[in-house]
Write a protein of this length. Structure first.
Length: 464
């Protein structure tokens, strides 16, 4: 077999391949055998039809087509290996010559990983939020815990903000009661914003037995998005009572004996959370700076496929679980379809660049993934998927996804290398020392994974 490679652009090549006809012998034999099992010819037992009879009855061309289709993947793989290129996706194959008994020639165009020069990243500098936990932060945390231990007691008075009311609801659209617009015995905390717009104003001031009517846009159900006339009847009013903030509360709500110990633990937890957020912020910002330094050509077909995949996942998985379509999502986000498409393309480009650069850095730094690192990553992925580690591991092995997980961990290690070399300071001008341990590596893997797979980075989630 002869092959040559032509570079069409930094991300695409054309392979020209010539195959001597004798190298098709195994595929021709397989083609005759396959056709033998599929057809019947009077006078011959099934599977025992001579090749000359198959040629006469069904045409030599059908046999050649079957043989070539069988052999092309092998010849293409040999040509790729000989050219030492890294293909991305499926090739576009064109058979340029097929002479029976003489030669097979074809071309294959395919996207490839571009050659990337890793920039000098030692000068990267980023600023992150300082780790500061105020007394107000601690008080808010303790208050949230206090809310969880609140009790409710029935009262004989008008409902007020913060009260828990039991209500019956009935929704009408165009004067007709909706089949799914009736509910009884619904428990609702006034001011929580967990039900329909306008309900807080409607029930505030009503005693048990009181009724009111208001209009509201339905957030779900058969008439989602339509204006409805909603009738609400309060059947009970209960006041929420919070426990006293004292040592007794600390003993009831935690393993601590005193309120001061509980507050000290809350402060420590908040500091740990902020330190984790700070590390994640540093990783995201260092990655952004690294991407600015490197020139990375993006294969057009790969980018197109990535954009389509991200849109599909959003529409059919994330939004599907929320019960809304893309049009409703764009309305909520206040974006046009053109803005959404541009944003999706920008995120896809960032994801591809991230993967290419960090993969190249893995090779340059000769970073390896050990079993312990892979196991830790697998357990985290299992937890986020809602599966047990054993179930997730089985699914990964059966799906041939182990190399994908190894790649995720390796990219996390590559980003950790860049972060370690970067200068990170907080908003107070203080140098931030990020620990180089397994937790930081796994956190970096999460950061990279979010960018590559199209999830919102932690900063964007926090802003949202």
């Amino acid at each position: 077999m002869k092959s040559a490679v032509e570079t069409l652009n930094p991300t695409r090549v054309r392979l020209t391949v010539e195959v001597p006809f004798e190298e098709l012998k195994d595929s021709l034999d397989a083609a005759y055998k396959k056709i033998n099992q599929q057809v019947t010819v009077k006078g011959f037992r099934k599977g025992k039809i001579p090749a000359r009879v198959i040629d006469q009855r069904f045409g030599r061309g059908a046999v050649l087509e079957e043989a070539v289709n069988d052999a092309l993947p092998k010849f293409y793989t040999e040509a790729i290996n000989e050219a030492e290129v890294n293909p991305l996706g499926q090739p576009e194959v064109d058979i340029t010559e097929l002479k029976d008994g003489e030669t097979l020639a074809f071309t294959a165009e395919v996207d490839i990983r571009p050659a990337i020069e890793i920039p000098d990243y030692s000068g990267i500098e980023v600023t992150v939020d300082a780790v500061e936990v105020t007394d107000e932060d601690v008080d808010k945390s303790v208050e949230q815990l206090r809310e969880r231990f609140a009790s409710t007691n029935p009262v004989e008075r008008a409902a007020a903000d913060g009260d828990v009311v039991t209500i019956d609801l009935e929704a009408k659209v165009d004067g007709e009661v909706l089949a799914d617009g009736v509910a009884s015995g619904v428990s609702y905390t006034i001011g929580s914003g967990e039900l329909l717009d306008g309900i807080d104003e409607a029930v505030t001031g009503l005693e048990a037995g009181g009724e009111a009517t208001f209009t509201s846009e339905l957030k779900g159900g058969s008439a989602e998005g339509k204006e409805a006339e909603v009738s609400v009847k309060v059947t009970a009013v209960a006041a929420r009572e919070l426990p006293e903030l004292d040592d007794e509360f600390a003993q009831m709500a935690s393993e601590f004996d005193t309120l001061e110990e509980l507050k000290a633990d809350s402060r420590k937890r908040l500091e740990n959370m902020k330190q984790y957020d700070q590390a994640t912020q540093a990783q995201e910002r260092v990655l952004d700076e690294l991407l600015k330094l490197a020139e990375v050509p993006i294969p057009e077909k790969l980018l197109e496929d990535e954009v389509n995949t991200r849109k599909h996942n959003l529409e059919h998985h994330q939004l599907g679980q929320m019960g809304i379509d893309l049009a409703k999502y764009l309305e909520i986000q206040g974006k046009t379809e053109e803005e959404f498409d541009a944003e999706t393309k920008e995120q896809a480009v960032k994801g591809i660049k991230t993967q290419f650069i960090l993969d190249e850095l893995v090779n340059k730094e000769k970073l390896n993934v050990n079993q312990e690192e892979l196991t830790e990553h697998l357990m985290r992925r299992a937890a986020s998927s809602g599966m047990s580690p054993d179930q997730f591991a089985q699914a990964v092995v059966e799906g041939g996804q182990v190399p994908m997980l190894v790649g995720e961990v390796a990219r996390g290690k590559a980003l950790a290398v860049v972060v370690e070399a970067a200068k990170v300071v907080d908003t107070n001008g203080e140098a931030v020392e990020l620990e180089d341990d397994e937790d930081e590596t796994e956190a970096a893997a999460e950061t990279v994974e979010a960018v590559v797979e199209g999830e919102a980075p932690a900063e964007e989630k926090n802003e949202a």
